[in-house]
Design a protein around this ligand. Structure first.
Ligand code: FO1
Length: 331
């Protein structure tokens, strides 16, 4: 294998990619050439214009994590960060002050915003930023078009009884503590895949769906018109890893998002949501956690090959073992 493509969200996807890159570089995958190229198609529906800056959380989390600039505790933003600009915004009373924009991180948003305003597409901006960070993978936004996830939540004061907030407000300010009544991905239907995305799927030797959020990360990537078709067309096997372990998410808000769209919050429920490629869906194979082995028959009944292995990405070795297990499933 020489070309591996990964559909990634933020933290879960970035952590998985660290293990995948390690496994390839350390020649731990006999079927994979040591100089194999990893292409990451990243979710951009978390993107958000705030304080006049374009924030791209999932692109930046992958870029900083693989470029070794990430803050390891937070899992987002820059290490050795300071917050002077945010403190000044608080003094001015300029909202939102609940969104943690660090001083170093702001430099990335300034460069990106300037390039976008100069007319460069997001894919070109991402390529330019990666010339500094050298993530060791080719990082592509799912689309160059503006796509933004919004969440409808109950609001007694609102005439409709509901309020719609940007995904970042739902996650960062509300901590996903209120039920998501509806997930609305603005601009998704009108979007087109960024340059190189379709080819990265149809030309891959292997496509991986990492343990990212199946609704607001992988779901949005799959929602870009043309991407599902590319997945159905590719000769490459498509293997996924369950983000749901023990009937809940490991981190983030997959439980809330799956509940919002009426999908059972289990490893089998997510497999059913993605569907078997042989039946017009996404997956050929699906790795579930060792503790969820009782779900194996249900996944196999969907027409998806499956195995139950430890899926906690506690360190690079654990993640690498997951990568090895995923490749085993599609040999
Ligand atoms: N996540 C938080 O929980 N709190 C924050 O204040 C926060 C700020 C932030 C700034 C830039 C950025 O790229 C990401 C940021 N994130 C923050 C993470 C972000 O909300 C998540 O990475 C994704 O949107 C969900 O996967």
């Amino acid at each position: 294998m020489r070309a591996i493509t990964v559909l990634s969200g933020g933290m879960g996807g970035a952590k998985f990619l660290t293990g995948l890159r390690h496994a390839v570089r350390e020649r731990l995958l006999p079927e994979v050439a040591p100089d194999a190229e990893i292409t990451v198609v990243a979710n951009t529906a978390d993107d958000w214009w705030v304080h006049g800056l374009k924030i791209c959380p999932d692109l930046d989390t992958v870029m900083y994590t693989l470029g070794d600039g990430i803050d390891p505790e937070r899992g987002w933003g820059r290490r050795e960060e300071s917050w002077h600009v945010l403190e000044e915004l608080k003094e001015y009373g300029v909202e939102p002050t609940w969104f943690g924009l660090g001083d170093r991180d702001i430099a990335t948003h300034l460069v990106r915003t300037q390039m976008l305003e100069a007319g460069y597409p997001l894919s070109a901006v991402t390529e330019a930023l990666c010339r500094r960070w050298k993530p060791g993978v080719r990082l592509l936004p799912m689309s160059d078009d503006r796509v933004e996830t919004h969440v409808a939540v109950a609001d007694a004061e609102a005439p409709s009884g509901r309020r719609v907030v940007h995904f970042e407000e739902y996650w960062v300010r509300m901590r996903a503590q209120v039920p998501a009544e509806q997930v609305l991905v603005v601009g998704l239907e009108q979007s087109t895949p960024a340059p190189g995305v379709v080819e990265a799927l149809t030309g891959a030797d292997l496509v991986i769906v990492p343990p990212s959020n199946p609704v607001v990360s992988v779901g949005t990537i799959l929602g870009v018109p043309g991407i599902r078709e590319a997945l159905l067309d590719t000769p490459a096997p498509v293997v996924g890893l369950s983000p749901i372990v023990g009937d809940t998410h490991v981190q983030g808000m997959a439980e809330q998002m799956l509940t919002a769209i009426g999908v059972e919050v289990t490893a089998a429920g997510v497999a059913g949501h993605y569907g078997a490629r042989s039946r017009g869906g996404v997956l050929d194979a699906w790795l579930i956690d060792a503790g969820d082995a009782h779900h194996l028959p249900a996944v196999e009944a969907l027409g998806i090959r499956s195995a139950a292995v430890p899926l906690m990405m506690t360190d690079v070795e654990a993640t690498t073992a997951m990568v090895v297990a995923a490749l085993e499933l599609v040999k």
